[in-house]
Ligand binder design. Structure first.
Ligand code: SF4
Length: 508
């Protein structure tokens, strides 16, 4: 590969939304060098595998995708692209993978993303098997979001790292200690994105609700201090905090055209009373732009298992905070992460997790059977729940959730909901035989997927539209476009959107 210009880059993403945001950044960085993105490995000059190491299965997926690419390096007519391994897999693996995959050119960690053009240049100049996984040792965290193309949605990193050290999790070792950007820097960053057409942002970090820890509140943002009956490890009085950031975004006149704020992920420790108050209606002091959705990982319904997981929160406190939130914001969409079959989990403790689903009535859960991650404290515990029991519990949990979601989704039929259109639906089956039009897909403020048919030639990508819900399953809603005066059709302010961010392969 002699020159980067007019070449193509493919980034294959596995894992969480942090990785999706990192992929966007990599594509934008290489775009600044003249590269254009492709989804076809056969035409790529640079292939980056942005891997996730949070679960065994995710690591295997990334490594097996890497294996599939070796064919591109072989033979006299092979395209011979530069191949790199990044993300948390790159951070952890360091250089071991070269023994198994000698065709791999280099490995890099999340803190080395901004050096990508230089790393590619080194590979292009003939260097091979080098590793760039140093953590950024500075205390401050400063960055600027890069997006490729015109998009209505953007992921914005506001903090990175994790100080929680749950016993099963490898993230604190792959992403380092918590560091937050300043509120002032995030606001400036968002102003630039809104100028480019972004109308919905997802604020990202491993624990966004501990945002601000260590940053002095020199601009005097409110609320000054946070109260949390579940527990607290985040910012102290006198430091910036997450509710301050939400209010500041809501009130910044440069962000008037921003319509929705989402965030992920968060931790029950630091899920403060002040953050709950942000979900109140705007006239009662809430944050008007805050989406009516919360993803708050709980992991288990059993206090004993939570203690073994090192989560430091009790289930009754979590349930109490969720009930308060639902009272303040009726119709809010809730989702969570759950692990079944953690070491020593009994049948009764698993049933406590089932009971938790009934108590909260989540819209969606991301559930996994426990698998030990090397290097974690839990990997030194005996993995004593047999595989078949883990799988049975997982299937029971998912089936139970589907029954709950069927009911909560059906309750939406007849309502008119505002949908931000994300693109043409992959599945066009909604169109009756012989019918015309295309099925579009989008999300409500409460994060429910809504599909609707439109037979006009209009491009709805990036528009906010009113949809009357006419049907439901356990996973999505369907409906028809309406012209409701309460919902202005928005997104028509001159921006021609080219794509939405990809949500495939992604769990929060
Ligand atoms: S809070 Fe726990 S599960 Fe989440 S990233 Fe930190 S250590 Fe991992």
């Amino acid at each position: 590969m002699d020159s980067i210009e007019n070449k193509k880059v493919l980034v294959k993403t596995f894992g969480c939304q942090m990785n999706v945001a990192d992929t966007e950044r990599m594509i934008a960085l290489m775009g600044e060098q003249g590269m254009t993105p492709t989804e076809n490995p056969g035409e790529a000059d640079l292939i980056i595998i942005n891997g996730c190491s949070v679960r065994d299965k995710a690591v295997h997926k990334a490594v097996s995708y890497l294996g599939e690419q070796q064919i591109l390096k072989r033979g006299p007519n092979a395209k011979n692209p530069v191949i790199a391994l990044g993300g948390c897999v790159g951070q952890l693996d360091k250089g071991d993978v070269f023994k198994r995959a000698p065709y791999l050119d280099f490995v890099f960690g999340p803190d080395a993303i901004d050096q990508l053009p230089e790393l590619v240049h080194r590979a292009q100049s003939g260097q091979r098997h080098f590793v760039q996984v140093e953590f950024d040792k500075t205390l401050a965290y400063s960055t600027r979001t890069k997006v490729h193309g015109a998009k209505a949605q953007a992921f914005v990193n506001i903090m990175k790292g994790c100080d929680k050290y749950c016993t099963y999790c490898i993230v604190p070792f792959t992403r380092g200690r918590e560091k937050s950007r300043t509120i002032r820097e995030v606001l400036d960053d968002l102003a630039g994105l809104v100028e480019k057409g972004v109308r919905e942002v997802t604020l990202l970090g491993q624990n966004v609700n501990s945002f601000g820890k260590g940053n002095p509140n020199t601009d005097g943002y409110e609320p000054r201090e946070l109260n949390n009956p579940i527990g607290k490890v985040g910012p102290r009085a006198g430091e910036e905090n997450f509710p301050q950031l939400l209010y500041a975004i809501d009130r910044d006149p440069r962000l008037a055209r921003l319509k929705r704020i989402r965030f992920t992920s968060s931790h029950p420790l630091d899920f403060s009373d002040e953050l709950i108050a942000c979900y109140a209606p705007a006239e009662k002091g809430g944050v008007a732009k805050l989406a009516r959705h919360l993803h708050l990982p709980v992991q288990s319904g059993s206090n004993r298992v939570l203690t073994k997981m090192g989560r430091h929160h009790r289930i009754e406190h979590y349930i109490a905070q969720m009930k308060r939130l639902k009272e303040l914001c009726p119709g809010i969409g809730l989702s969570t992460d759950l692990i079944v079959g953690f070491p020593t989990e009994t049948e009764e403790e698993f049933q406590e997790t089932i009971a938790l689903l009934d108590a909260i009535e989540y819209d969606n859960i991301y559930a996994f059977a426990y698998s030990p991650r090397p290097g974690t404290r839990a990997s030194r515990m005996e993995d004593d729940v047999p595989g078949e029991i883990k799988n049975r519990r997982l299937n029971e949990l998912l089936a139970h959730q589907l029954r709950i979601a069927k009911k909560t989704y059906a309750a939406r039929v007849g309502q008119v909901l505002e949908v931000l259109v994300e693109g043409i639906a992959k599945n066009q089956n909604l169109i009756p035989e012989g019918g015309a039009g295309r099925v579009w897909t989008g999300r409500t403020s409460c994060n429910r997927v809504v599909n609707f048919i439109d037979d006009s030639p209009r491009n709805h990508l990036g528009r906010f539209l009113a949809v009357r819900i006419t049907g439901s399953t356990s996973l999505s809603l369907s409906g028809e476009l309406v012209h409701d005066p309460h919902f202005a059709e928005r997104g028509d302010d001159g921006v021609q959107y080219t794509s939405s961010y990809s949500t495939s392969e992604v769990a929060p």
